[in-house]
Design a binder for this molecule. Structure first.
Ligand code: ADP
Ligand code: MG
Length: 342
């Protein structure tokens, strides 16, 4: 890992609704990152509009690149490698970051390193202090994914369990929509839940006691919808209580399965990645449960929980250091993978 010379990596993320550009040093870690979230733009539509997302990435990517380089105190001349999210994600959105990355790499005669978006999320907690040692269990909870992985090193990932239907973030987003909250639903729902009492509603906790490490969240929407129908729409307290119950149901299952994954693997370290990792209740409950088990939960800094360029540049830096990416390799062609298993 320490045999390769230090390198500066410029990384691009554009898989969905965030444009992220970051500068990472293989030696000194994250030097700077710049991020633009399209949330405001998509809010009016209640979800991400792919064509609008692509166009906005086009508008943002170069100014963000200049901003990231400037705040690192560097120029393109200092960059040794280019990284980009090659998938999974929205095809048109991915193509923006990938083509800009590839164009810079080609013009500058630099290596270009395609990165799997989920690998970025998985390794992002290593950007934090304290930094977890390998091996660890990773709970990947985002808008598109809910997975438990065993991570033995860079590139060594074993899937332990995953959702059979909706992702945890999707469950937050969809139930938030039922409750009349805006997009993205996760932060809105957890804010509303703060004023609520979870005990008031007994919602299903799908697969809580099943022996596997899989999840299923799609039934929760129906359960929330059924409860909604019995409520007075003007009753603000009831909505808050329902939000609290929903959050409690999702978090309870996530915590239970994470603990089971640690027990099954005999590992003590749990790393949480993806947007739902920003959830406060999840953070608090995991910290308490793992503390009791003599284990430890590691969270990426809040700003790096959702999509960002830092995790992409960082994953590329880790791959370079581990010898999994070749700094001498040059590409003139590139492709993106809207669907791509890790
Ligand atoms: P993706 O890459 O799949 O779009 P992200 O990692 O960007 O996912 O995370 C976005 C998801 O995280 C959304 O579903 C959002 O509702 C959820 N999320 C963000 N903050 C919170 C929070 N505080 N509580 C619960 N969910 C959250
Ligand atoms: Mg996102």
């Amino acid at each position: 890992m320490l045999h390769s010379p230090p390198m500066i990596v410029l990384g691009f993320e554009s898989s969905c609704d965030e444009t992220g550009v970051a500068v990472v040093s293989t030696e000194r870690g994250l030097l700077a990152h710049a991020l633009h979230s399209q949330i405001d733009m998509h809010q009016a539509y209640g979800g991400v509009v792919p064509e609008l997302a692509s166009r906005d990435h086009v508008r943002r990517v170069l100014p963000l690149t200049r901003q990231a380089l400037a705040s690192a105190g560097l120029t393109l001349d200092d960059v040794d490698a280019i990284a980009y999210t090659a998938g999974p994600g929205l095809a048109g959105a991915l193509l923006v970051g990938a083509s800009v990355a590839q164009a810079i790499a080609w013009a500058r005669d630099l290596p270009s390193i395609p990165i799997h978006h989920l690998e970025g999320h998985l390794l992002s907690p290593l950007l934090a202090d304290p930094r977890p040692e390998f091996p660890f269990v990773a709970l990947l909870v985002s808008g598109g994914h809910t997975q438990l992985m065993r991570v033995d090193g860079v590139g060594c990932y074993e899937l332990l369990g995953e959702t059979l239907d909706d992702a945890a973030g999707e469950a937050f987003d969809k139930t938030a929509k039922l409750l009349g909250l805006g997009y993205p639903g996760g932060p809105a729902l957890s804010r509303l839940a703060e004023a609520g009492h979870a005990e008031r509603f007994d919602l299903p906790r799908p697969k809580l006691h099943s022996p596997d490490l899989d999840f299923s969240f799609s039934g929760l929407k129906t359960a929330v919808l059924t409860r909604m129908k019995t409520l007075d729409p003007q009753d603000a307290q009831a909505r808050a209580d329902l939000a609290a119950a929903t959050q409690d149901a999702i978090v309870t299952v996530l915590v239970a399965k994470s603990v089971k994954a640690l027990e099954n693997t005999g590992l003590k370290r749990l790393v949480i990645a993806g947007g739902v990792g920003a959830n406060r209740l999840l953070r608090e409950r995991l910290a308490v449960r793992l503390g009791r088990l003599g284990g430890r939960a590691y969270f990426p800094p809040l700003e790096l929980c959702t999509d960002n360029g830092a995790m992409i540049a960082f994953a590329a830096a880790m791959r370079l250091q581990a010898g999994l990416a070749d700094p001498a390799e040059r590409h003139t062609a590139f492709t993106v993978h809207p669907r791509w298993a890790l």
